[in-house]
Design a protein around this ligand. Structure first.
Ligand code: NAP
Length: 309
C-alpha cells in the first residue's frame, strides 16, 4: 500500500485524511510520526514542513503544497527532484474572487464613509457611481487572478489585468511585461495585487511605483505582503495620496502590534484568510494527480521552482 505523509500546523489532519481515503481507499494517509515504513511514502501533502522533512522518504514521487502560494516551499534548498504541485481549486478561486469583489464594492459604494456617517447619526446622501466608470487593475492573471478579474468584469467594472506572459481573457484588457507596468499602474483607480511572491515580484510595488497610482487610488493586497513596500504604502496612506488599502497579507505575519497600519482609518486589515484550502473540493485534484502518477503521467498544476511559482 502507498502512503501519503501529511504535514501542516494549520490544517485539520483528520478531515484531510478522511476525505483523501474516501477518494482513494487504497491510500494510507499518515502524519510523519505515525509512519513505520518510510519506503511506502510516495506522496507528501505539506504546508511549511521543517527542514530535512523530505529526506526521510526515499521513494517520494510527488510533493503537494497545501495551498496556492508556494513561495515558502520553492525557496528551500532541501527539495528532492520530484514534481511539486499546488492546490488549484475553483472553490478557492471563488472564495478569493468574493473577498476582492467585497473590497472593491466597499470602496466603490463608499461603505467606509457611510459607516462613519452612521456613527454620527448623519443621513448623507452620495449618489452611487456607474461601475463602468471605475477602473480596476489586477496584477497577476493566474488561477486566482483571472477568476477575480472575470468576476469584477461581470459586475460591470472596467477591468485591466497584468501578467508576465501575454494573455487573452474576454472582457479584460490584458497587458504584460515590465515595460507596460508604469502605464498600467497610472490607469488604476483600484489596484488588486494577486502576484506570487518570487525574486522578480518581491518589492515590485516600491515607493516609486506606488506613486504612479492616481491620487486617491485604493490598493487591495491579497497575495503576499513582501510584494508591496509596506513602509512606503503607509506613508502614502498617511498623507492621503492613496485613499485606502485593504490588506490581507503583510511583510511580517502576524502584523506586529507596533505597525502604524493598525490604526489608519483608511486601512482594513484581515489576518490572511482571503482564500483558504478547502479539503472537500481540493481532494479531487490531489486524487487525480495521484492517479496520473500511478499511470506514469505527469501531474497537473506543477510548480516551476526556478520560476518561483
Ligand atoms: N491571501 C490569501 O488567502 C491567499 C490564498 C491563496 C493564494 N494567495 C496568493 O495568491 C497568489 C496568486 O495565486 P494564483 O493561484 O493566481 O497564482 P498563479 O496561478 O501562479 O498565477 C500567478 C500570476 O502572476 C503572474 N506573474 C508571476 N510573476 C510575474 C511577473 N514577474 N510579472 C508579471 N506577472 C507575473 C503570472 O503570469 P503568467 O500568467 O504570465 O505566468 C500569473 O498570471 C499566490 O501565489 C499566493 O501568494 C493568497
Amino acid at each position: 500500500m502507498e502512503t501519503l505523509v501529511f504535514y501542516s500546523d494549520l490544517d485539520d489532519f483528520e478531515r484531510w485524511r478522511r476525505l483523501l481515503i474516501e477518494a482513494l481507499p487504497d491510500l494510507e494517509v499518515m502524519r510523519a510520526e505515525e509512519i513505520e515504513d518510510p519506503e511506502r511514502v510516495r506522496y507528501a501533502l505539506v504546508w511549511k514542513p521543517p527542514r530535512g522533512f523530505f529526506a526521510r522518504w526515499p521513494r517520494l514521487g510527488m510533493i503537494v503544497n497545501l495551498g496556492a502560494g508556494v513561495d515558502a516551499l520553492v525557496d528551500r534548498d532541501d527539495l528532492p527532484p520530484v514534481p511539486i504541485t499546488r492546490l488549484v481549486d475553483p472553490n478557492m478561486a471563488r472564495m478569493m474572487a468574493g473577498y476582492v469583489l467585497f473590497s472593491v464594492l466597499r470602496y466603490v459604494r463608499e461603505i467606509p464613509f457611510f459607516e462613519r456617517m452612521q456613527r454620527e447619526s448623519r443621513w448623507e446622501y452620495r449618489h452611487p457611481r456607474n461601475a463602468e466608470d471605475v477602473r480596476v487593475g489586477v496584477l497577476g492573471l493566474g488561477a486566482l487572478g483571472a477568476c477575480t478579474a472575470r468576476e469584477l468584469a461581470r459586475q460591470g467594472f472596467s477591468v485591466a489585468g497584468w501578467s508576465r506572459g501575454e494573455k487573452r481573457i474576454a472582457g479584460i484588457e490584458c497587458r504584460h511585461g515590465m515595460e507596460s507596468l508604469a502605464d498600467f499602474l497610472a490607469g488604476c483607480e483600484i489596484l488588486v495585487v494577486m502576484l506570487p511572491s518570487t525574486p522578480q515580484t518581491r518589492g515590485l510595488l516600491d515607493a516609486e511605483r506606488l506613486a504612479l497610482l492616481p491620487a486617491g487610488a485604493k490598493l487591495v493586497n491579497v497575495s503576499r505582503g513582501d510584494i508591496v513596500d509596506e513602509y512606503a504604502l503607509d506613508a502614502l496612506l498617511a498623507s492621503g495620496r492613496l485613499g485606502g488599502a485593504t490588506l490581507d497579507v503583510f511583510e511580517r505575519e502576524p502584523l506586529p502590534v507596533s505597525s502604524p497600519l493598525w490604526s489608519r482609518e483608511n486601512v482594513l486589515i484581515t489576518p490572511h484568510l482571503a482564500s483558504v484550502a478547502l479539503p472537500e473540493s481540493a481532494v479531487a485534484q490531489i486524487a487525480d494527480n495521484i492517479g496520473r502518477i500511478r499511470q506514469g503521467l505527469a501531474p497537473l498544476h506543477c510548480v516551476d521552482p526556478q520560476r518561483g511559482y
